[in-house]
Design a protein around this ligand. Structure first.
Ligand SMILES: Nc1ncnc2c1ncn2[C@@H]1O[C@H](COP(=O)(O)OP(=O)(O)OP(=O)(O)O)[C@@H](O)[C@H]1O
Ligand SMILES: Nc1ncnc2c1ncn2[C@@H]1O[C@H](COP(=O)(O)OP(=O)(O)OP(=O)(O)O)[C@@H](O)[C@H]1O
Ligand SMILES: [Mg+2]
Ligand SMILES: [Mg+2]
Lengths: 256, 256
């Protein structure tokens, strides 16, 4: 049974892309077959593996727009058990083109359902907006993972994401559930960060993962080498953080 | 002569909102009359001054949508010499509603031109996307300020922003110029951050401001008190950083 998880938060720069890349690698390291899907026109996930969204031809754009374009044609193998559907800058036009289509929010869902490749996990990266591309992610998935940065301005966005999830669940995708909230860029020595995490736990209870993703430069360095932290610095605490998150996700903790 | 400066970068979380708020406060502190304009449906700038985009009625949305809605009606006084046009969550609908309008990118420009209030500076905050709201910012302004985070994934976005600016200059707003690129969240002890700044200077020369905005928690703490760093921690280096940027902007350094 494939678990399709969409990583969403309309606030920018909260670690969506970094989470999809490194959580995906951590799940693959455990032997799961993992597909990463980039539907952000800015293609940060795609770029972090060394591909250029300006050059990619067989992309998630084609998957969204053309019923007869099959998933295997866009598949890029990244590593053992780890594959990617890359983004193309054409997705920016796609957001506008899809605007008028009656099934515009279900394009990705349809494409994934037509695919016969037995992945254990599909992880979808979305742009920092609540548009038709993010809607495709929310309709294709059964679970939503919300990364939230450990500071005040970022935290206020969580309620907005949960409202979008609820709207989608009620109108477009009744199967959608909250997988959990993952605190990112946490600095243990920061009183401000500690207060934000306490506040998140007070408000959202055990929908907040026990794992905290610490603030570490290696997350920004690994993409320069076209790698995730798990292959670039496999013994670094930054890699262990996403292993711990993978553990919680596989074993069901923090699931509602 | 009013200088209208739009702060733009489609990458999320790079410090657009923080820059508009604190640069605005630094300019006002020098005696300039400053208007901040929030056209991000997420309303982070509005929220950082204690207003709720879910509650705001007289907002930039009304300013964009209604020819007869005049700027003074939306004006909120924040401090001496510092005012705000707040955002409303209605802007999300506005992005869609404006889609079909022939003059959709010029709505803000028209509203600002109809206003008679003699501001010295208008600073426009935009969302992390290249849509009609950001286009309104790019068409209403003569100068573009691009904040860029000191890490690799964020840096690759600068070229994309410059491409958008060039497209807007050629097709929609020939008056648009690049004011400069401001490096944000800089950590002096980080080799990675130093490399990013060196790379920015190598590629973009003196379009990069001499000022670097350092990484400091107080930028995230000030909004909790509904203030900028300049009023919350006026003697902190974090406040001085934006004073230095204001100095460069007023005295023309880093302008192309
Ligand atoms: N835990 C972390 N510690 C330090 N830096 C991080 C961490 N997670 C992510 N980053 C860095 O912060 C920046 C923003 O992260 P990322 O791109 O993953 O966020 P995002 O939510 O996908 O952004 P966007 O909304 O623009 O798509 C990137 O440069 C990334 O390398
Ligand atoms: N120099 C800095 N040092 C530390 N934290 C900062 C700094 N500048 C901004 N921040 C914090 O980083 C987060 C992102 O900043 P901000 O909201 O200004 O970025 P943005 O580009 O406007 O994001 P978005 O694309 O989502 O609108 C905020 O929580 C802010 O308080
Ligand atoms: Mg991203
Ligand atoms: Mg912002």
């Amino acid at each position: 049974m494939t678990r399709v998880i969409v990583t969403a938060n309309q606030k920018g720069g909260v670690g969506k892309t970094t989470t999809v890349a490194n959580l995906g690698a951590a799940l693959a390291e455990r032997g799961a077959r993992v597909l990463l899907i980039d539907i952000d026109p800015q293609g940060g996930l795609t770029a972090s593996f060394g591909l250029d969204p300006y050059e990619v031809v067989r992309s998630s754009y084609a998957l969204l727009m053309y019923d007869r374009f099959s998933l295997p044609r866009a598949l890029v193998t990244l590593d053992d058990n780890l594959a990617l559907i890359p983004a193309s800058v054409d997705l920016a036009a796609g957001e506008i083109e899809l605007g008028g289509w009656v099934d515009r929010a279900y394009r990705l869902r349809g494409a994934l359902q037509r695919s016969r490749i037995p992945f254990d996990f599909m992880l979808i990266d979305t742009p920092p907006s609540i548009g038709v591309l993010t809607a495709n992610g929310l309709c294709a998935a059964q679970e939503v993972l919300i990364p939230v940065q450990c500071n005040y301005l970022a935290m206020r966005g969580v309620r907005a994401v949960l409202d979008s999830v609820e709207r989608v669940r009620q109108t477009l995708n009744p199967d959608l559930t909250l997988l959990g909230i993952i605190a990112t860029m946490y600095r243990a020595e920061s009183a401000h960060a500690q207060e934000v995490v306490q506040e998140l736990r007070a408000v959202f209870g055990d929908r907040v993962f026990h794992t905290l993703i610490g603030d570490s430069e290696v997350y920004a360095e690994a993409p320069i080498a076209n790698q995730t932290v798990l292959s670039y610095y496999p013994n670094h605490p930054a890699a262990d953080a996403y292993r711990a998150l993978a553990e919680e996700i596989v074993n069901g903790r923090a699931r509602t």
